[in-house]
Design a protein around this ligand. Structure first.
Ligand SMILES: *Cc1c(COP(=O)(O)O)cnc(C)c1O
Length: 365
């Protein structure tokens, strides 16, 4: 028998969550963001469920190629654009739309020989200071692009740094509005957090295209302020395993490396076939939520490479072979949001789903 750990990808939940992005902005089109191998889910595994999207956004050229091999003929946007001049050949061949965020990318375009002019998304640095032209440089970048025969339509994009928190998007939104004021073309501003928190009441935020990433994968971008139930999102990835041993502890007995947990009273613990080599966060300390046979309990002690321990006090009947849900869907309709586990480990749902290890077998349901 193989080691009992398994990941499940829930395709109907992907479709549902994509629908939530659409519902948030019925007048906009939706990019399903599938970078990082669809946030760890696997592009090939999510493709059918997400093909109702208006386009796919990603940043690795090989992932764009994989989408075209799945026979996706619709829009694909390279969120970081080209990394070197010859990437443009693939853009021409596969009809990829690409972000343009610095001068060199315009130089490469100017030198590129193509029969089909490219659609580009000119990116404004509206305050995040990651990618994009400054407001001062934006107009001249637009004028350069606009003069190139290699360029067809020019659209505009920016990215919010604080759509999930109290700083909000107002300052960056104003910057984008000013910089693009009288320029013709489509616009895209919103990631998941902006879509859920800010797009509803503001057509400028919805604009022409949303870029929905994490919400599609069933994680709330503003957890713990809001959870997936609040946003009506469903888990798209379950990580599950089984108990492979049970130990009876006496007061004073400790558990795992470093003996960081010591029992204060007699208790049963279970040992789960899941560790950090499977992608479970090593920084999840004692108390991280976990389901055993659908019953909520907690981890105890340190996570090791291949195993972790759980408190069986709320599930006294649990024996080796009992089903353990590390995140996602448990038995009998139970749910453990990936965000809760991530929060306990000081990280985000994003990081956990992307870190699912290659050794974990994945099934699609
Ligand atoms: C990853 C990414 C997104 C999606 O962000 P989420 O928070 O996952 O919705 C949107 N836009 C850009 C430019 C990105 O890189």
């Amino acid at each position: 028998m193989p080691r009992p750990i398994q990941a499940l990808i829930h395709t109907e939940a992907l479709t549902h969550n994509l629908g939530r992005a659409r519902a948030a902005a019925p007048d906009a089109r939706v990019w399903a963001v599938v970078k990082a191998n669809a946030y760890g889910h696997g592009i090939e595994r999510v493709f059918q469920a997400l093909r109702g999207a208006d386009g796919f956004a990603l940043l690795d050229l090989d992932e764009a190629q994989r989408l075209r091999s799945l026979d996706w003929r619709g829009p694909i946007l390279l969120l970081e654009g080209t990394f070197e001049a010859r990437d443009l050949e693939l853009c021409s061949r596969l009809d990829l739309w690409h972000a343009v965020h610095r001068e060199a990318q315009i130089d490469w375009l100017a030198a590129h020989k193509t029969q089909l002019p490219h659609r580009v998304f000119l990116k404004l640095n509206s305050g995040m200071n990651r990618l994009g032209f400054t407001p001062q440089a934006f107009r001249s970048a637009w004028a350069r692009l606009n003069a190139l025969p290699q360029v067809d339509e020019i659209s505009f994009m920016t990215h919010f740094s604080d759509a999930d928190g109290p700083r909000g998007i107002e300052r960056q939104l104003r910057c984008f509005e000013d910089a693009t004021a009288d320029l013709p073309g489509e616009r895209t501003l919103s990631n998941s957090a902006a879509t859920l928190r800010h797009a509803g009441g503001d057509a400028r935020v919805r604009a022409d295209w949303l870029r929905a990433g994490i919400m599609v994968y069933g994680s709330a971008p503003d957890f713990p302020e809001h959870d997936i139930a609040h946003w009506d999102l469903r888990p798209t990835m379950t990580l599950r395993s089984q108990l492979i041993a049970v130990q009876q502890l006496q007061p004073g007995d400790s558990v795992g490396y470093g003996s960081t947990f010591t029992a204060g009273q007699p208790m049963r613990i279970g040992v789960v076939a899941c560790g950090y080599a499977d992608g479970y966060p090593r920084h999840a300390g004692t108390g991280t939520p976990v389901l055993v046979e659908g019953v909520r309990t907690r981890t105890i002690g340190r996570v090791s490479m291949d195993m972790l321990a759980v408190d069986l006090t709320p599930v006294p009947g649990a024996q080796p072979g009992a089903e353990v849900t590390l995140w996602g869907r448990g038995p009998r309709g139970t749910v453990l949001a990936i965000d809760e586990v991530a929060h306990a480990a000081g990280t985000l749902g994003y990081e956990l789903m992307c870190a699912l290890a290659a050794r974990v077998p994945v099934a699609v349901d």
